[in-house]
Design a protein around this ligand. Structure first.
Ligand code: URA
Length: 262
């Protein structure tokens, strides 16, 4: 849900509650964004109990009208290119103002494997492509070591915009941005995902695990196998982790090959 719309809705509902108490009347004039409310307002004059403010009320309206108030257009994208063109001007969080380029993702839209990193760095922000800096060069080498080419897989990040100074992604930024990644996954339909680093893996899997736990198990996201390894930038700082990464990508490639056979 767009944060501006959410804020407007909350304000409107709180005002309404102050005036009318716990009964909410949804009328045609309840018009934050005509497109988003088009179907919902057809249920105008319907009475709803609104004991709680804000989103609970919005969710209730959605359930009771059977229509989505916040059905965002990007969810209807039929191809990766269409999705990109629908979201590339995103300003849903503060990173939209500080980015140079929106970093959507790169690679084969029909890839069987997806690699997911954390967020664009300085080089990616300038070029609009994930993993093109030093970490990206190392990632290409890692892929080459298991006979995979960058063009063969699909590479994306949890965040599409660079956090200033490469700080860690904030949870509100990840929450806002992950629906885009989920839609990318939905369109590409990979058989396997390799998460690069703890932040990317925990964010995708909605967990709070150590990288050791993440590396030692195979998880699933919407029926897709998910594995994790070190982030290439971490390998640049700590080359002695390369052996562990090598073992991880061997396992990843073995499972990838098995999944392709079936
Ligand atoms: N680190 C990431 O996580 N992603 C990039 O695209 C580049 C560096």
């Amino acid at each position: 849900m767009n944060n501006d719309v959410k804020k407007l809705l909350i304000e409107a509902l709180v005002d309404q509650q102050e005036i009318f108490g716990d009964e909410l009347f949804v009328k045609k004039t309840f018009d934050v964004n005509p497109n988003q409310f088009k179907t919902a307002v057809d249920a105008s004059s319907t009475k709803y109990n609104a004991n709680e403010q804000s989103l609970k009320v919005a969710e209730r309206i959605e359930t009771e009208t059977g229509s989505s108030l916040f059905n965002e257009d990007f969810m209807n994208a039929g191809t990766i290119a269409e999705l990109n063109s629908q979201i590339c001007e995103c300003q849903k969080c503060a990173l939209g103002k500080t980015r140079t380029k929106f970093v959507f993702g790169v690679g084969n839209p029909n890839a069987h494997a997806m690699l997911i990193g954390e967020a664009p760095g300085a080089d990616e922000d300038l070029q609009g492509e994930p993993f093109v800096g030093r970490a990206g060069k190392l990632l290409n080498e890692i892929l080459k070591a298991v006979n995979l080419k960058r063009e063969e897989v699909y590479i994306a990040n949890i965040l599409k915009c660079r956090p200033p100074g490469n700080r860690d992604p904030q949870s509100n930024e990840m929450e806002t941005c992950t629906p885009y990644l989920h839609k990318q996954i939905d369109l590409i339909k990979p058989k396997i995902i390799l998460c690069l680093g703890r932040v990317a893996a925990n964010s995708l899997l909605n967990k709070k695990l150590s990288l050791t736990d993440l590396r030692n198990n195979i998880y699933e996201f919407n029926g897709i196998k998910v594995m994790a390894t070190y982030h290439p930038a971490a390998l640049l700082r700590n080359p002695h982790w390369k052996r562990g990464c090598w073992e991880d990508v061997q396992k990843f490639k073995k499972l990838y090959d098995e999944l392709l056979e079936n």
